[in-house]
Unconditional design. Sequence first.
Lengths: 379, 379
Amino acid sequence: MKPDELRQARAYLLRVTEPPAAAVAAFVAQLGAIEAAKRVRQGDCPPEVRKATEARRARDFVDQDFARATAAGARLVIPEDDEWPAWPLLTLDLAARRGVTEAVAPLALWVAGEVALGVAADRAVAVVGARASTPYGEHHAAEFAYGLAARKVPVFSGAAYGIDGAAHRGALAADGVTVAVLGCAVDVGYPAGHVALLNRIAERGGAVVSEYPPGTRPARHRFLVRNRLIAALTEGTLVVEAGLRSGARNTAGTAGALGKVVMALPGPVSSAMSAGCHELIRDARATLVSNVDEVLETVGRFGIAEDTSARPKRPTDRLGPEALRTYEALAVRADRTDTEIAAESGLPLRKVRALLPALEIDGFAVRGDTGWRRRRESA
Amino acid sequence: MKPDELRQARAYLLRVTEPPAAAVAAFVAQLGAIEAAKRVRQGDCPPEVRKATEARRARDFVDQDFARATAAGARLVIPEDDEWPAWPLLTLDLAARRGVTEAVAPLALWVAGEVALGVAADRAVAVVGARASTPYGEHHAAEFAYGLAARKVPVFSGAAYGIDGAAHRGALAADGVTVAVLGCAVDVGYPAGHVALLNRIAERGGAVVSEYPPGTRPARHRFLVRNRLIAALTEGTLVVEAGLRSGARNTAGTAGALGKVVMALPGPVSSAMSAGCHELIRDARATLVSNVDEVLETVGRFGIAEDTSARPKRPTDRLGPEALRTYEALAVRADRTDTEIAAESGLPLRKVRALLPALEIDGFAVRGDTGWRRRRESA
């Protein structure tokens, strides 16, 4: 199907702009994509827009871009589409108004995978982390992603080796929706070892997403720019493992700047790959989470987490402080008189005399021939 | 040496009162210890004081108490002594005024060990945790205590098996001051497996401390009451490992209620013994610490922690965003023209032309016959 003029205009704008480009976005918002594209092509635009597009504005590769995207099973999703994740991306505009300079919504997104992007980005959670991950991090990335996906929470990540890959795989294992947002084009197949994974994500109900035109190769700055999309398209970001300098921490920082929830998994303090997580938590830039229920509770949108009151209880927990002191003053193997128990517990004799029969009834004390003794806690 | 009348009065009051007893403390503050002891002996005291002392007021064992304490190498330290840790314990009075009911200063303290208690309690840190500790927790308890002691920070703990014992041992290994605050008398030798450790603490510049009169056996409520002293006598409490219900968390709660710093060590989320620490951190009742410098920084009294800027750096860290984009647009094995680099980076050609020579000077780019290429990051 031939793309309409609007879609062609946005594809052209993606092709000639290196995101994030606030000036171009504002120009498009002002004139509409078709007119903006026309003016950019002609070089008839404000200095800031010109500066952002002049190096590439002659690259009018729209037909090729659609051909290559189609060959890769991808479509262009534009803000005018129903499936556009307008609500999550609105946080970028709001952050921009607060002065977050990198907070620029994408002009459109190349998407491979059948799921509607707006559905995938509805109440999703990002699970991200270091490429140089440890078995601890990979295990928990997969477990958290599995648990989220099993609860119908879409899992976003960046398809990198290490934590990202483990997160996508965990979500796939639960037959959940998982979305890979790339720092290169959807047809580039990067990282090479994850090509099969990316195909599986797109084929099994998830999506592979990029704002870069077909053929765009990965670059470090693109991963950072991409991170804002992972943060924006989700309710919250969980950093599973991160070194003290790590792209995952950048995603976390962006998520925080966008007003999204930032979470981090603690780990052994001896692990350099948990150091970034610990720093985020220590500096109150992330909330510590240790299980999926805490993720849901922290993100706060998904109803009630499982009852966490299932912690171990002792029988004596139901005793009041004076009853507990009386109980503690009893011996297990010898009878004690009420006077001895009063002295040992430091409680008045009349109080001890009142409490002992109550402890007997509740199965904590046994009356013997020469006094009282403790009944073992097996009660 | 025969104890003076004041010391005898306070020893008697400790003997007949089960702490914490706010009424008795107030009575002593009002009348002085000598007169208060006399009145308690005679039963001539307000109802609340009478109630708190009636079970034991006939136990006039002062001579025996001093004899047993002396035999155990202990002395009675009273508020009238220079070595009394008045300043740290003041937090108990302040907390009591805020309505923290258990916040009652001790009437006196039995102390074994030559260090002046006020010196030991000057800018000290408590390192506490579960008895059912893991090798992870024990290792780090010892490491943190060693590091603190090596920086002349006294380490307080509760002498229990597990984390407490590891903390005391770590401090001893650094020839530092460590103080064990007990939930039984100093002469009881509890826990049995730590008798040698307690002796070493007292002999090697530390102290073993208790508000319980000689012969008092341990009881669960006494550990909880004791915990307020560990919290009060230190600047901050570090919880190394704790289950979801744990006395260490009680110490942390008390420390928080006293306005002291509460810290917790993170660990593997799969470890039940880190669950209590994680809960404290997650609920913002404790600050995450992952090394000794962070403990010192959190407690905030000890001057400057080590420079933490020694994190790994990449050579390209010093490049600005546009220089970095230009650098990323270079290939390693092929020359690119300035026009190609401008297109790849999305930067204006004139900007790229200005940046390339600067990158060359800084060792990031190499000029070739047909354009520019990247110099490997080894620079």
